[in-house]
Design a protein around this ligand. Structure first.
Ligand code: ZN
Length: 246
């Protein structure tokens, strides 16, 4: 099976379209949450995802946009974009976001937005947090988003009872990986708002049966999305950071 793994689309339709066209035909799209938030195209992104054969888990921005979680931990720009999104979501897309599950198991992988321990809030962004989750995950492999940084964490056996996790950044030029018997957590990076210093949209192609795949980056017209953000009256910072990839 050829599976397209995406995360953190964040209402950036042009980035999402660029990824779909670059990825080519896929059997399924696995989406790790945060379809909306920050960007100017919430309905368009949800509609496009729903038009594809897909499985999706909820992200914190998805639940926040439909009032299922509070935005108290959000920064000012994220909160403003959440209110803007909430006011514009179609009834149908609101219902769709409300019913998204926190966790899905597919093809031997557990899909979650944040982590196994905290489905929509925890950032798996270091080896200590990764190891704690690796030891508790119900499947050997787990796919996460939320950090917006494409990464592969892998359990490595140390001396005696010492267990460690190793971190590898998947810079996506493209960067291939293969999965072995070790527990792993993979993050495809963000489509709509990368935060690893590379402004190109990030995504993953995965063959779950073979346990192999790659992370790729693709250019999209960032300036057009930036203008749409500004024209919508969304915070300027949401536009500026797209160019920086931070
Ligand atoms: Zn996000």
């Amino acid at each position: 099976m050829r599976c397209l793994v995406v995360a953190d689309i964040h209402s950036n339709l042009l980035a999402f379209e660029a990824v779909l066209s670059d990825a080519g035909p896929c059997d399924e799209v696995w989406c790790l949450g945060d379809i909306v938030g920050y960007g100017p195209d919430p309905n368009e992104c949800v509609d496009l995802l729903r038009s594809l054969p897909h499985r999706t888990v909820a992200g914190n921005h998805d639940y926040a946009a439909v009032g299922m979680v509070a935005t108290t931990s959000f920064n000012a720009q994220a909160r403003e974009a959440t209110e803007w999104t909430a006011a514009r979501l179609s009834a149908d897309n609101r219902e769709y976001l409300e019913q998204l599950p926190l966790r899905i198991t597919a093809g031997g992988f557990t899909l979650v937005h944040g982590s196994i321990h905290s489905a929509i809030w925890e950032y798996v962004d270091n080896t200590r947090i990764a190891l704690a989750n690796l030891l508790d995950q119900p499947t050997r492999y787990c796919l996460v988003g939320h950090t917006h940084v494409p990464t592969h964490f892998r359990e490595v056996s140390g001396l005696g009872l010492l267990r460690r996790a190793r971190e590898r950044r998947l810079d996506g030029n493209p960067t291939s990986f293969s999965l072995d018997s070790a527990r792993s957590i993979l993050n495809p990076g963000s489509i709509g708002q990368p935060r690893d210093g590379d402004p190109r949209a990030s995504y993953m192609l995965l063959d779950p049966e073979a346990g192999s795949g790659e992370v790729r980056r693709v250019e999209y017209p960032i300036a057009v999305t930036q203008n749409r953000i500004l024209n919508c009256g969304l915070p300027e910072r949401n536009a500026l950071r797209l160019k920086q990839g931070l």
